[in-house]
Design a protein around this ligand. Sequence first.
Ligand SMILES: C[S@@+](CC[C@H](N)C(=O)[O-])C[C@H]1O[C@@H](n2cnc3c(N)ncnc32)[C@H](O)[C@@H]1O
Length: 207
Amino acid sequence: MTKSRQRVARVTVERLLHTVFGNNVMIGSHVLRQLDCLREVLPSHLRGRQVDDLGCGDGKLTVLLREILQPVSLRGFDVNPALVRRAKSRGIDAQFMDLENCVPVGDLAVVWGVLHHLSDPVRCLARIKANYDSAFIREPIRGTSPAFLELGSPMRRDEFGDMVRRSLPGGHISFYDDCAFVFWDSGNRADPESRAPGRCSFESGGK
Ligand SMILES: C[S@@+](CC[C@H](N)C(=O)[O-])C[C@H]1O[C@@H](n2cnc3c(N)ncnc32)[C@H](O)[C@@H]1O
């Protein structure tokens, strides 16, 4: 089977599993530990922002992130319509979006466990850099223990570090447990009034 056919087969199986079971039957203890860690290390300027959860899935984790980030507003985006419906049923303002083609414009992008599901995570990061003032990313790292349970193709620690350094210069990377946390800030916070909410950018160029 060619690589592209393998990917189509993998994505189809993932979407089917997610549609039937949601993203997780329950949030695992390793994820709860990571959320505790986030609570401790989250830079204070990332609290109380306008948050977009990119790849929000069924919204179970979005609800937990909301407690930590205390956003003034929160939207969710996911490619799987069944998961978008589940997220909406949890009270999340969720909508369909394929991050392979399009990234919304906003204030703080949260990307928890999504990049390793994309065919081109570098392109997605370029769009996030162009469209957001700040980002928080959590990715599983290949070769660490609970990460083997992840679907998709997690990167090795060195690969992930290189990609982030190239894509989000100045981003702060820390490795915790089986995952990496990235905090990135453009240093140039746009006036929320001047932003076009929900505008979708197909280009990696400016806001
Ligand atoms: C491991 S799950 C993480 C979901 C959620 N962030 C969480 O931690 O529970 C990966 C999510 O990425 C979504 N996803 C995969 N490819 C995507 C794409 N091209 N555009 C938008 N979402 C995508 C999947 O539908 C799935 O909900």
